[in-house]
Design a protein around this ligand. Structure first.
Ligand SMILES: [Zn+2]
Length: 316
C-alpha cells in the first residue's frame, strides 16, 4: 500500500492537483475515524466539502496559481472564482462562510457534481481497488470513465488502518509532491508550510513584540494616533497570509481602527519608505531590500492594497 500511495502521488500525469487533494482527504478522513473492522462508506458530498476547504485556501488566501496548463484552469478553481470572486479574501474560512451557508452549499454541490469523474477512478489506475471501491466503469474506448450514479466510494478497512498508522509519513510525502508541483507556477514564501496547513491557522501571540515596538514609537504606524498601552495592535506590514512568519522587521504598532481596516491586506505603497526608514534606525535594515520585493510579489499574487484613512506614511 505504501508503494502504491507513493507511486500515485509522485508519478503519472499532472495537469492539476486533484489527486493530491484526494490523497489529503483520505489521510484527513482516516485520522478522524475510529477503527472498526468494516469498510467505510464516504459520499462525494463529504469529499467535496473538504475539497472546497483545500482549494478555497489556495485560491482565496494564498493566491496560488493553479493553471499549470495555461488554457486549462481546474474546474474547482473556476467554481470558486465564479462564486467568491478572484480577489484575495481577508476573512478566515470559518468567518467567510458563517454568514454564507447557502453559498457554501452551492459550492459543495457543484464540486460534488463536476470534479470527481476523473480523479476518483484514476487514483488507482491498476483497478485493484486496494484503497477503495468506486462505481465508475470504463467507456467503450477503454480510456474514459462513464460518470457514476453512485456518488460515493467504499474505503477499505485495511486501507483506513494503513492511512491511520502511516498518517504522518504519508502526509509528509504528499506535501512534498504537492509543493514540487506548485512551485513550478508559484513564487511565494513558505510554500510548503502553506500546503501543510490549508486551514484557518492558529496564530502565535504577538504580545512579546508589543513592548519592543512601543519603545520604538508610541504612535500608530499608519495614522499617527498616539497609542495608549491598552489599545496597541501589532500589524504585519506584508500580510501574514503571504509571508507566513512573525518577524520584527515586518511588524508595526497600530491603532485598532487601522489594524481592522488593513487586516490581512497590503498597506498603501507610500508606507514602504516609512518602514524602510524605521528598520534602518533600529538595526533591522538587512531585510529592507526584501521588503520591496515581498511587497511587489504579494501584490502580483493578488493581494489587495487597502485605503487607510488619515494615512501619515506619505508624510513620513
Ligand atoms: Zn491608526
Amino acid at each position: 500500500m505504501k508503494h502504491l500511495f507513493v507511486s500515485i502521488v509522485s508519478k503519472g500525469a499532472k495537469s492539476n492537483t486533484y489527486k493530491f487533494a484526494l490523497a489529503k482527504f483520505l489521510l484527513d478522513y482516516s485520522k478522524t475515524q475510529n477503527l472498526k473492522e468494516e469498510d467505510y462508506e464516504i459520499s462525494f458530498y463529504e469529499i467535496a466539502t473538504k475539497f472546497l476547504e483545500y482549494y478555497w485556501f489556495q485560491e482565496c488566501k494564498y493566491k496560488f496559481k493553479q493553471d499549470f496548463n495555461k488554457d486549462k484552469m481546474p474546474v474547482v478553481i473556476r467554481i470558486i472564482q465564479e462564486h467568491c470572486g478572484t480577489e484575495y479574501i481577508a476573512d478566515s474560512y470559518e468567518k467567510y462562510f458563517k454568514n454564507r451557508q447557502e453559498l457554501q452549499e452551492t459550492l459543495i454541490r457543484e464540486i460534488e457534481k463536476k470534479c470527481f469523474d476523473n480523479v476518483i477512478p484514476r487514483f488507482q489506475p491498476d483497478e485493484q481497488n486496494e484503497f477503495y471501491q468506486h462505481f465508475y466503469s470504463r467507456a467503450k474506448d477503454g480510456k474514459a470513465y462513464k460518470s457514476s450514479s453512485e456518488k460515493k466510494i467504499i474505503l477499505k478497512y485495511e486501507a483506513l488502518k494503513f492511512f491511520k498508522k502511516e498518517n504522518e509519513t504519508l502526509s509528509k510525502i504528499l506535501v512534498l509532491e504537492w509543493a514540487k508541483f506548485l512551485e513550478k507556477t508559484n513564487f511565494t514564501p513558505r510554500l510548503i508550510s502553506k500546503i501543510e496547513l490549508m486551514k484557518d491557522p492558529k496564530r502565535n501571540s504577538l504580545t512579546k513584540f508589543r513592548k519592543i515596538l512601543m519603545e520604538m514609537e508610541e504612535e500608530c504606524f499608519y495614522c499617527g494616533t498616539k497609542l495608549e498601552n491598552t489599545d496597541v495592535h501589532i500589524d504585519h506590514f506584508i500580510p501574514w497570509s503571504y509571508i507566513y512568519e512573525d518577524e520584527l522587521w515586518n511588524l508595526v504598532q497600530s491603532c485598532s481602527k487601522c489594524n481592522l481596516i488593513k487586516s490581512d491586506s497590503l498597506p498603501p505603497k507610500d508606507c514602504i519608505e516609512k518602514i524602510v526608514i524605521r528598520n534602518e534606525q533600529r538595526a533591522l535594515s538587512k531585510w529592507n531590500s526584501d521588503i520591496t520585493d515581498y511587497y511587489e510579489n504579494c501584490y502580483k499574487a493578488g493581494f489587495q492594497i487597502v485605503n487607510i484613512e488619515n494615512l501619515q506614511c506619505n508624510r513620513a
